[in-house]
Design a protein around this ligand. Structure first.
Ligand SMILES: [Zn+2]
Length: 436
């Protein structure tokens, strides 16, 4: 026991000495972040091309150039605007350590403008609400953002109130780049080969389809696209979409008696059957939902599109059964309307695969702890690029970035958020090298 304590203390002293001895990167995570957020990379829904907007290539080409300057190898921007690179390991035998990938997305949400982002640094935050200078109605309140209480003394970065900040996910881009910069400055940090990718169109869900898993060359990867410091996610929704179609019969209303069958009433009846307690607006945490989100209302043919979400397949099956039972009930009430339901699988909870690779989550937790953080697991009430990649053979949990309030004008991150995430990434590549 004494010996164990002694070796533990030696290890702690060693880690501390190493942390203190690190040469700083050539550019801080914050400075990098401030440069990247000023580049407009907003993606656009319903486009036929990837990337959906050409302007995302401005950041892609810049990142490719900067990767080259950091001695990354095989740097390329694919025809779809995906930036790939490899950062060589510095071990005696790099083949003994799995190639670890890091992925961040370059685009920002179509929900709020990303043009002329003017990042504001609120230096040495001393508590209280933060009013954004260009639009005083935009206020980051302590009430709605309890995270602020942990940021006293930190430098908080916001937009000016007219745009989003774009921390989602330029924080991830800046943190990955600063990790490489720091590793290059500190060859005493031992690590295996690292694969890097920056992707377009994450927010509109098209970019990842074009991702070349084989060419990427990693055995595992992490998306760096989460929120609060310490938050690690290895679970996403399992997701299906249902389309319920109500077929009636249209005719001239002047001569409709006994002929017209108005499908709208059947749709309204169906909609009224949704239980109140399993909707997005009434659920949180691990509780799934059904969500009628769009539809067509017309005499002849009406339809309703419904999202089904749950962390467990059994829960998803139960929700699908509920929707089918409701169809039977409405059909009994409106026998003349032909009602059909079609359910499609969208994506599955990545935990189904990641449960077979517990070291990915465990090493990330360990890396965060070594950075002085308190890591915690948080299931994502959505899908990530990682869920897509995980089912294509590249197991990919999601790591925090320090940012929050994504897709809105109240988005923020902090100097410590950027620095501690970067430190966690550096710890993570070391842990893989040490444990292999
Ligand atoms: Zn994101």
């Amino acid at each position: 026991m004494k010996l164990l304590l002694a070796s533990f203390l030696t290890l702690v002293t060693f880690c501390m000495a190493q942390a203190q001895a690190l040469k700083p990167p050539t550019e801080s995570a914050l400075d990098r972040f401030l440069r990247y957020v000023k580049i407009d990379t907003q993606s656009q829904e319903d486009q036929t091309t990837v990337p959906s907007t050409r302007k995302q290539l401005n950041l892609a080409n810049l990142l490719a150039k900067e990767l080259g300057a950091l001695d990354a190898q095989n740097v390329r921007v694919s025809e779809f605007g995906i930036v790939y690179a490899t950062f060589p390991g510095n071990l005696a035998d790099n083949s003994k350590v799995p190639v670890i990938g890091f992925i961040a997305h370059m685009d920002t949400s179509p929900a709020v403008s990303g043009e002329n982002v003017n990042p504001i640094i609120h230096k040495n935050y001393q508590g209280g609400d933060i009013v954004l200078p260009k639009d005083p109605t935009q206020v980051i309140t302590v009430d709605k953002n309890p995270l602020l209480k942990g940021l006293i003394g930190d430098d908080i970065i916001t937009a000016d109130g007219t745009t989003l900040l774009g921390s989602d996910d330029k924080a991830g881009c800046a943190e990955i780049m600063t990790m490489l910069d720091t590793l290059r400055q500190n060859p005493q940090i031992k690590h295996g080969t690292i694969a890097i990718a920056f992707t377009p169109d994450e927010e509109v869900g098209g970019g990842i389809e074009k991702f070349d898993v084989n060419a990427f060359g990693a055995k595992f990867a992490y998306t760096v696209d989460g929120e609060e410091l310490g938050e690690i996610s290895d679970e996403t929704w399992s997701a299906r979409t249902a389309t319920v179609t109500f077929q009636g019969k249209s005719t001239h209303p002047g001569t409709a008696k006994g002929i017209m069958i108005n499908a709208m009433y059947a749709l309204a009846d169906y909609l009224n059957r949704f239980p109140h307690d399993i909707l997005p607006e009434t659920t949180e945490g691990r509780v799934g939902f059904v969500h009628p989100y769009a539809g067509v209302i017309d005499v002849e043919s009406s339809n309703l599109k419904i999202l089904l979400r749950d962390f467990d397949v059994s829960g998803l099956d139960a929700k699908e059964k509920l929707l089918r039972d409701m169809v039977a009930q409405t059909a009994a009430k409106y026998p003349q309307v032909k009602i059909t339901i079609d359910v499609k699988e969208n994506y599955k909870n990545m935990k189904e695969v990641l449960k077979n690779f517990p070291e990915l989550t465990n090493n990330a937790m360990e890396a965060a702890r070594r950075a002085g953080l308190k890591p915690f697991l948080k299931p994502i009430r959505g899908g990530t690029d990682g869920s897509n990649l995980t089912f294509r053979g590249l197991p990919t949990p999601n790591l925090f970035t320090g940012g929050t309030n994504f897709h809105g004008k109240l988005e923020f991150n902090s100097r410590r958020g950027l620095e501690k995430t970067t430190e966690t990434l550096i710890n993570l590549v070391q842990i893989f090298a040490q444990k292999s």
